[in-house]
Design a protein around this ligand. Structure first.
Ligand SMILES: Cc1cc2nc3c(=O)[nH]c(=O)nc-3n(C[C@H](O)[C@H](O)[C@H](O)COP(=O)(O)OP(=O)(O)OC[C@H]3O[C@@H](n4cnc5c(N)ncnc54)[C@H](O)[C@@H]3O)c2cc1C
Length: 590
């Protein structure tokens, strides 16, 4: 037996996207949120740098410049109608957050303070523009706290530490969700008219990653199981500045404040790869440049890392060399980047004010995900068929605004803009829809899958398979890709999937069975790794974050299109056109 609940709108995930959509849905219909983590522990809380909006508080800016930067950053794969909405509504969405009480940093005149970030420019001068609104380097934390308070105030019902393990979809209509209550191991059925998937990213496929332990792609994996496709899965962003060996993120805000990359010879190498934007070129460009330096033997001590230099006297020298009048001192850096400095001090035992910091690219952000339309409705195929009652927003979704590569600070704005649109669309849908019947045994398939895992007496350990998968993904499905490497990856992943059938779980109990849930999550990571490698193999060009050494050029003739990949049952890849607009593809120069 499963416990039964009924809500008009049900949101899965309590990060920025989930909370924003729950808040807006709850203004009109009875709304609940289920989340495997306590809401304010969601990954959104770790976002440091800021949220982009062309407020123009510090210097001239326009949302059209923001739109162009986003499309160019996305290597022209972004859907330009979706980008226009993102950048136009960003302004109002940030003011909306301000009115909810979000404590942004302020200028002297009391306006929201803004800083520079990679790829964001004044389109006329081509120079970096201050567009990222921030609350010190804790912007995501503040967004999460603010939205959570607002949801509580608006009577959103929270089911904390409930993990979705299946969707109930019949006749192309979503009717609810099956979840496990982690505290008891009991199954729950949530009957709903509209379901929003806001389960976040899935960077745990890789070993060196900025992503939290919980980012295992449960939502998109369940989508695949229901014979629905995922979009643009070959595009996964590697952020250039992870702490060496750990992958913990050091926000681009550091470079926005003046920090630069230097190689093992002490050279500021980005001036060679991106003469205009230099260290603030887009992330794909910076990550590849770092590895090119490493391959040329310019890593620190011949190893696979370089430095990020935060030393104020050095930063001032770089400003001087660039002809910039800006100057910084230690107090300024401490005030603008408190958490980042603390991470380096705690995790590396290094003081960034006096020593350069070892960094390497880290798996960071999924540009691909669950295909949606402009109102966050989930799409079933390349023709744009809508799955009734099913919505997706945030990192898990692909609308697609980020195209082949996301600009920094554009995720937080995606969460609030498309979270809000999705919440409104869910409520509108739920107001006119009926509760459709669900079978008595709707939870049984998921329950049986859990029981199989729990009672399996195989020889394999989930932790070991996960480690092997992550090592292999770093090696063959990372910053640089080749046909041979990707083919090997697919074969390896199929091998891990075979080993996965032979698992052994130590904990056979029901309560707080993290052993079981992590094993279940590994199954999801394996599905997502498979779909990533398959779509990467099929895209024989280089664009944005997807770099094929055997096809180093962008190929607009054949690949200016989104991929949709199905892996369950019959494997299939289809393509659909990019929604073009004002901007024609040009060569990307930074
Ligand atoms: C370290 C770091 C720093 C970043 N900095 C920035 C930045 O400065 N600016 C920017 O724009 N972007 C930044 N990003 C990216 C951005 O933070 C994320 O893309 C964004 O926060 C994702 O939000 P989300 O709401 O989609 O999901 P998340 O915040 O990841 O939340 C996912 C939610 O889904 C729930 N969930 C998952 N699976 C299940 C399940 N099976 N059942 C129930 N619940 C489930 C979780 O409990 C959680 O509540 C950063 C990312 C990282 C990792």
């Amino acid at each position: 037996m499963a416990q039964y609940h009924q809500f008009d709108a049900l949101v899965v995930g309590a990060g920025g996207a989930g909370l924003m959509s729950a808040l807006y849905a709850s203004k009109a219909v009875k709304t609940a949120v289920i989340s495997k983590l306590y809401p304010t522990r969601s990954h959104t809380g770790t976002a440091q740098g800021g949220i982009a909006a062309a407020l123009g508080n510090m210097e001239p800016d326009k949302w059209e410049w923001h739109a162009y930067d986003t499309v160019k950053g996305g290597d022209f794969l972004s859907d330009q109608d979706a980008v226009d909405i993102l950048c136009r509504e960003a302004i109002d969405a940030v003011i909306d957050l301000e009115h909810m009480g979000l404590p942004f940093d302020r200028t002297r005149e009391g306006k929201i303070s803004q800083r520079r970030f990679g790829g964001h420019t004044n389109n006329e001068t081509k120079q970096p523009v201050m567009r990222a609104c921030h609350a010190a380097d804790r912007t995501g934390h503040m967004i999460l706290q603010t939205l959570y308070q607002q949801c509580i105030k608006n009577d959103v019902r929270f089911f904390d530490e409930f993990q979705m393990v299946d969707l109930i979809i019949e006749d192309n209509t979503c009717r609810g969700v099956v979840a496990v209550e982690l505290r008891t191991g009991e199954m729950h059925v949530f009957h709903a008219k509209a379901v929003m998937l806001a389960t976040g990213g899935f960077g745990k496929m890789w070993r060196i990653t900025s992503n939290a332990h919980s980012l295992t792609g449960d939502g998109p994996s369940i989508i695949l199981q229901h014979n629905l496709p995922l979009e643009d899965m070959e595009f996964f962003q590697f952020h250039p500045t992870g702490i060496y060996r750990m992958g913990i993120l050091l926000s681009e805000a550091a470079r926005g404040e003046g920090a630069v990359f230097i190689n093992g010879k002490g050279e500021r190498f980005m001036t060679r790869y991106a003469p205009t934007m230099k260290d603030l070129a887009s992330r794909d460009v910076c990550s590849r440049s770092i590895y090119k330096e490493v391959r040329a033997g310019n890593g620190v001590n011949g190893k696979d890392y370089v430095y990020m230099d935060f030393r104020p006297d050095q930063i001032n020298k770089y400003f001087e060399a660039d002809g910039s009048p800006r100057r910084v001192d230690a107090a300024y850096i401490e005030q603008r980047l408190p958490d980042i400095l603390e991470f380096v001090r705690v995790y590396m035992g290094i003081d960034p004010i006096s020593e350069p910091v070892p960094i390497q690219p880290t798996a960071h952000y999924a540009m691909g995900g669950i295909p949606t339309d402009l109102d966050a409705r989930v799409l079933a195929d390349e023709k744009g068929t809508v799955v009734n009652g099913l919505f997706a927003a945030g990192e898990v979704a692909c609308v697609s605004v980020h195209g082949a590569n996301r600009l920094g600070t554009n995720s937080l704005v995606d969460l609030v803009v498309y979270g809000r649109r999705g919440g409104v669309a869910m409520a509108d849908y739920a107001k006119q829809a009926q509760f459709l019947p669900i079978a008595q045994n709707a939870h049984e398939a998921a329950e049986a899958a859990m029981n199989n895992l729990r009672n399996n007496h195989g020889k394999e350990k989930a932790g070991q398979i996960r480690k092997d998968l992550q090592m292999h993904m770093d090696e063959n499905v990372g910053v640089f890709r080749t046909r041979a490497g990707l083919e090997m990856a697919i074969e390896e992943i199929h091998g891990y999937q075979a080993r996965y059938k032979n698992l052994h779980i130590d904990d056979t109990g029901l309560r707080w069975n993290t052993d079981l849930m992590e094993a279940w999550e590994l199954g999801n990571l394996l599905s997502l790794a498979e779909v990533t490698a398959i779509s990467a193999l099929a895209r024989t060009e280089s664009r944005g974050a997807h770099y094929r050494e055997d096809y180093p050029n962008r190929d607009d003739q054949n690949f200016l299109k989104h991929s949709l990949t199905w892996t369950n049952g019959q494997q299939r890849i289809a393509y659909k056109p990019v929604h073009m607009g004002r901007y024609e593809p040009t060569e990307r120069k930074y």
